[in-house]
Design a protein around this ligand. Structure first.
Ligand code: ZN
Length: 112
């Protein structure tokens, strides 16, 4: 539900910015065609980048963000300094992927 709302708001913001760009293009018409193309292109690029970042954030990052901060992805308990990668609060157990995100330095130096 939150994801759907976020996507809808991204789409609406993008449409709104496109509308602003179109009105801006009409207003700045005296600057000529090259300038208009540049403004529209810059706005379009900005919208694409913002949308991609927002979508990435909405779809993958809440869990990985918590892991990177050393927090449990399930309950946000701070797992920093714990001897094992198991959450004492909710019982969540880190798999290999999660362990690499939480403690990349240990996994990078350790062999097989
Ligand atoms: Zn937990």
């Amino acid at each position: 539900m939150q994801k759907a709302l976020a996507v809808i708001s991204i789409v609406f913001v993008s449409l709104f910015l496109m509308l602003v760009a179109l009105y801006g293009a009409a207003f700045f018409g005296k600057f000529g065609h090259g300038f208009l193309c540049f403004v529209c292109f810059a706005l379009f690029l900005g919208i694409i980048i913002a949308a991609v970042l927002a979508i990435q954030r909405v779809f993958n990052l809440p869990e990985e963000d918590r892991l990177r901060q050393g927090h449990c992805p399930e309950c946000d308990y701070n797992m920093y300094g714990l001897p094992e990668l198991r959450c004492p609060e909710c019982g969540w157990q880190a798999d290999d992927r999660a362990a690499q995100i939480i403690r990349p330095q240990e996994h990078a130096s350790g062999g097989k």
